[in-house]
Design a protein around this ligand. Structure first.
Ligand code: SF4
Length: 310
């Protein structure tokens, strides 16, 4: 093993950074415990650290005591979750990423114009559940492949719009959008979907990196959509690719016959986990050259809710 390429940009995005700061800020300002509905971001290391600081993670609003403070995760929540929180007189801090909120607004706007919605995304993912829950039951149909588009049954193909999950594969989303336009020529929606800047930038960085490496490592959780897409992208480029939660998942045999390794991390994976992998590789492969592979600089930051701003 001679070279280790570090994808840049990688790791935390502005939405994840904001969500974590909201939990930390709430713990300081309102004291413990602070309830968080769902994992604030899909990363066990982050969740465990915040739990140690006093956050209590729950899946249902009914599990939050009345009048307590609750934070909604970066993935967003359905409308009925806001109502359930109001019924329990909860103090809500909304850590939904502003870019997910934007998708919610698009869904409502299209619906108000009488359009039925197609959501390109993965059923069961927290973000998709939150987006589907912005509108009445049945108003949004989820598709995740070109085959799903071929099977779609719609009430009025002249009153259709599409939106997307923010963390999908750029290439696959392109194919699905093309299939939608081909089948429903009057459908409306964003040209490249609603994929966020962080998803696009991390995939672009990994895509370039794949031309340099024999093995791709992605630090991220298996339930993290954007991390999984990075690993899949490596495989699509013909590079053996591994998604690892932490340095403990590494196996020496993966490096047999490998000259160059690419390392990236999903938008919810902390940099400390990446650096532990770097140290492990340096310890096992003396003299390895570590290259910072910068494809672009990110400068996006999102503001905290007003009550947490100093
Ligand atoms: S991955 Fe994109 S949409 Fe999701 S929290 Fe980060 S910036 Fe927001």
């Amino acid at each position: 093993m001679k070279r280790l390429f570090l994808a840049n940009p990688r790791g935390f995005c502005a939405g994840v950074d904001r969500a974590i700061h909201i939990v930390e800020g709430a713990l300081v300002k309102f004291g413990r415990p602070i309830y968080v509905r769902h994992e604030i971001v899909h990363n066990q290391f982050v969740v465990d650290r915040l739990r140690n600081l006093g956050a209590i993670f729950v899946e249902k609003i009914d599990d939050v005591p009345e009048y307590a403070t609750v934070i909604f995760s970066a993935h967003g929540v359905a409308e009925n979750v806001y109502h359930a929180a109001a019924d329990r007189h909860l103090h809500v801090l909304d850590a939904t990423c502003p870019l997910v909120k934007k998708v919610h607004s698009s869904a409502k706007r299209h619906f108000s114009k009488g359009r039925n919605l197609i959501l390109i995304g993965h059923s069961g993912h927290a973000e998709v559940e939150g987006t589907v829950g912005q509108l009445p039951l049945g108003a949004i149909t989820v598709v995740r492949s070109v085959e799903d588009v071929h099977k779609l049954q719609v009430a009025d193909e002249n009153a259709l719009a599409y939106i997307t999950q923010t963390t999908l594969s750029v290439a696959e989303t392109r194919l699905i959008i093309d299939a939608l336009h081909e089948r429903f020529p009057s459908i409306v929606g964003p040209e490249r979907g609603d994929l966020c800047y962080a998803t696009g930038n991390r995939q672009a960085a990994v895509s370039e990196l794949c031309a340099q490496v024999d093995l791709l490592l992605v630090v991220g959780a298996s339930n993290s959509s954007n991390s999984s897409r990075l690993r899949e992208l490596g495989e699509e480029k013909g590079i053996p690719s591994r998604l690892i939660a932490s340095v403990r998942d590494l196996r020496l045999e993966w490096f047999e016959g490998v000259d160059s390794v690419g390392l990236s991390s999903g938008a919810s994976a902390p940099e400390v986990l990446v650096q532990e992998v770097v140290v492990w590789i340096k310890n096992h492969f003396e003299g390895v050259d570590v290259v910072d592979w910068v494809t672009m600089k990110e400068q996006i930051k999102f503001q905290l809710p007003p009550e947490l701003q100093n």
